[in-house]
Design a protein around this ligand. Sequence first.
Ligand SMILES: NC(=O)c1ccc[n+]([C@@H]2O[C@H](COP(=O)([O-])OP(=O)(O)OC[C@H]3O[C@@H](n4cnc5c(N)ncnc54)[C@H](OP(=O)(O)O)[C@@H]3O)[C@@H](O)[C@H]2O)c1
Length: 257
Amino acid sequence: MTTALITGATAGIGAAFARRLAADGYDLVLVARDAERLREQATELHDRHGIEAEVLRADLSEDKGIRAVEERLGDTRHPVDLLVNNAGFGNKGRYLEVPMADELTMLKVHCEAVLRLTSAAAASMRERGRGGIVNVASVAAFVPRGTYGASKAWVVQFSQGAAKDLAGSGVRLMALCPGFVRTEFHQRAGMGTGNIPGWMWLDADKLVSAALADLARGKSVSIPDPRYKVLMGAVKLAPRGLLGGLTSRTGRKYGPQ
Ligand SMILES: NC(=O)c1ccc[n+]([C@@H]2O[C@H](COP(=O)([O-])OP(=O)(O)OC[C@H]3O[C@@H](n4cnc5c(N)ncnc54)[C@H](OP(=O)(O)O)[C@@H]3O)[C@@H](O)[C@H]2O)c1
């Protein structure tokens, strides 16, 4: 039996990964802060698919929480074959409007936790000669706008570099870069989404299917939707200076408020 560990499994993209992987027959380790919600989800997935689902309550903005998940990933008696580093959130407000403590919490969850959990998983996967890791970033990684995008740019750079270092080891590592996905993300951050055009929204279940197909193909970065592939292709060609002003104006007009 193969086992997947998913952080941020209670909602949105993480919950979609849990549904899909349970349907594929994976046993699961579900990680987030809300233990009750995790337990309900574990019971539902066990009843529906007959898989084993462990609950690991951990706050990834704290050392203690990150350490608990590192320890689970290093457990050689119950190895994890697929890690999905998905937990994350947004802070409402532009640069200098967000309290520094909240900026640092974001770096802890989006960067430090991803670094430490990827490393814990990759070390034991490399010893076994197989495994997969998906680090959920964002298309925001490709545009110079805000500290959220900067933290996700770190996830993309780190994952691409580490994937190269792991080449030939049997361990696959991929950064997943979604566009807007209908989840609890914007509501939790208190962001309005009325200005985001309908065509820009992605479905979490379809996103997960495309992401797993890209991982199986051996991609190190996945932008799993044709609309965003075209958009990000244009972004890559645009001069950085022009892009900064453009994304700031467009973001204020069409992005989360
Ligand atoms: N939705 C989008 O438009 C979008 C676009 C691009 C990228 N993303 C990225 O996708 C990932 C998932 O976001 P989502 O849209 O699915 O958001 P969501 O619906 O709000 O889910 C976020 C998940 O992360 C968990 N989480 C948050 N802070 C945590 C912490 N400190 N420790 C442990 N778990 C924590 C939450 O569970 P608990 O509250 O129970 O801890 C929840 O399960 C994030 O990394 C986000 O940046 C989202």
